[in-house]
Design a protein around this ligand. Structure first.
Ligand SMILES: NC(=O)c1ccc[n+]([C@@H]2O[C@H](COP(=O)([O-])OP(=O)(O)OC[C@H]3O[C@@H](n4cnc5c(N)ncnc54)[C@H](OP(=O)(O)O)[C@@H]3O)[C@@H](O)[C@H]2O)c1
Length: 370
């Protein structure tokens, strides 16, 4: 029997790679629906290629409710949420409430609304399989032992394009510099998040939500080659790591097929040319966003939602040329310092997101004018 898949964010980096994976598995997976933001031309081409009817290929940047509608379709077994940002939250909740497998690339929804997402998962019986390469790696490493035997999770970070730079050197970086990621080719928002290490900070919170491990037991290590995608250290000191060349099709394929692996060896390593693997500690004083994310995670409640919303606004302001790269962390820090509340209900999260965006926009304007 074929499994029905909906790809939300089909025109993006993850979405297009997911369709590439699915093009090799047309007998096992049926693309039931596609959703994108504004790229109607590519969306139409994808719909034609995968026989998706026109009314099931939706450009819905201005209709946020469509993502949740598509994620709830009866004919859908797997929802790949590859939309960028907080806009992905309704789809994450709808998929889980309706008992679907959620192949989750859209980390922002889980970070902003962890407890609400957990409730939706429990109520609807849905499951989350991570697409983020680090969490996919952890998910794979966890198969090597019992949950009670986990000592700590070690997330690897490439360090981004500015690894090793001083605060002084970072004052002058341009948008093009920040978009030039050394190992991954991704959408603009996550690429900027990688340059500030906010992406790793968001992933620390994501790991906490996915695997129920406390923040004191989630470490980050910089690994510039992006070959070790993350590790789990067990209570007897054994560390299990997952290695492959950087290729997002591997975690995407696993999220679709889990617990089975699909047969294409995406990212298989050629050991004769691999060379060395390096590891170093992250510079939290220079890359403040990672420290801020740990802080927000530990505070809990709406703090992660505030962190993520303020970051979205700040990144947008940077990409729009309105603030300097160094101001991204400053905007997030200022908004975060205004305090957080409880995040038990979706209303709490929506309100925290709205207010954080408002405050971050004002902060970005003020900082941009300096
Ligand atoms: N790229 C990676 O390698 C990677 C790795 C790990 C995790 N992730 C996560 O995966 C998610 C997607 O990342 P990406 O790099 O694929 O981003 P991207 O290339 O910018 O693609 C984003 C996709 O979301 C769509 N979209 C944006 N706003 C939307 C809205 N309001 N409603 C509906 N669709 C909307 C875009 O549509 P249009 O372009 O048509 O407007 C596009 O299809 C992010 O949460 C990111 O953190 C990505």
């Amino acid at each position: 029997m074929t499994r029905g898949v909906v790809i939300l964010g089909s025109t993006g980096s993850i979405g297009t790679q997911a369709l590439d994976v699915l093009s090799h598995h047309r007998d096992e997976y049926r693309v039931v629906a596609l959703a994108a933001g504004r790229n109607t031309e590519l969306l139409a081409r994808q719909a034609a290629e995968f026989d998706v009817p026109a009314d099931m290929a939706r450009a819905c940047a201005d209709e946020p409710e469509v993502l949740a509608e598509l994620a709830s379709l009866e004919s859908v077994d797997v929802v790949l949420n590859a939309v960028v940002g907080f806009a992905g939250l309704p789809a994450t909740l709808a998929a889980l409430q309706n008992g679907k497998r959620l192949a989750l690339a859209n980390k922002e929804s889980l970070i902003a609304a962890g407890p609400v997402v957990a409730k939706a998962r429990a109520a609807g019986g849905g499951e989350i399989v991570p697409v983020d390469s680090e969490h996919s790696a952890v998910w794979q490493c966890l198969r090597a032992g019992r949950a009670s035997e986990v000592g700590r999770i070690v997330l690897t970070a490439s360090g981004g394009p500015f690894r090793g730079r001083t605060r002084e050197q970072l004052r002058e970086v341009t948008i093009a510099d920040a978009l030039a990621h050394p190992t991954w080719n991704m959408g603009a928002k996550i690429t900027i998040d990688s340059s500030t290490l906010m992406n790793k900070g968001l992933e620390v919170i994501e790991a906490h939500e996915l695997f129920g491990v406390g923040f004191d037991r989630i470490d980050v290590v910089v690994h510039p080659q992006s070959v070790v995608h993350s590790m789990v250290e067990f209570c007897d000191g054994a560390t299990i790591a997952q290695l492959s060349m950087p290729d997002m099709r591997l975690p995407i394929a696993l999220a679709l097929g889990a617990p089975n692996r699909l047969p294409e060896p995406y990212g298989a390593i050629d050991w004769s040319t691999l060379g060395r693997l390096d590891f170093e500690v992250p510079d939290l004083a220079t890359f403040r966003c990672l420290a801020l994310a740990y802080e927000a995670g530990r505070v809990g409640g709406t703090a992660p939602a505030i962190l993520s919303a303020a970051n979205e606004v700040a990144v947008d302001a940077f990409l729009g040329g309105r603030i300097a790269w160094t101001e991204i962390a400053a905007v997030v820090e200022e908004v975060l310092s205004e305090g957080a509340g409880t995040a038990d209900e979706i209303g709490d999260v929506l309100e925290a997101d709205r207010r954080a965006r408002e405050r971050a926009s004002v902060r970005a304007l003020t900082r941009g004018a300096v």
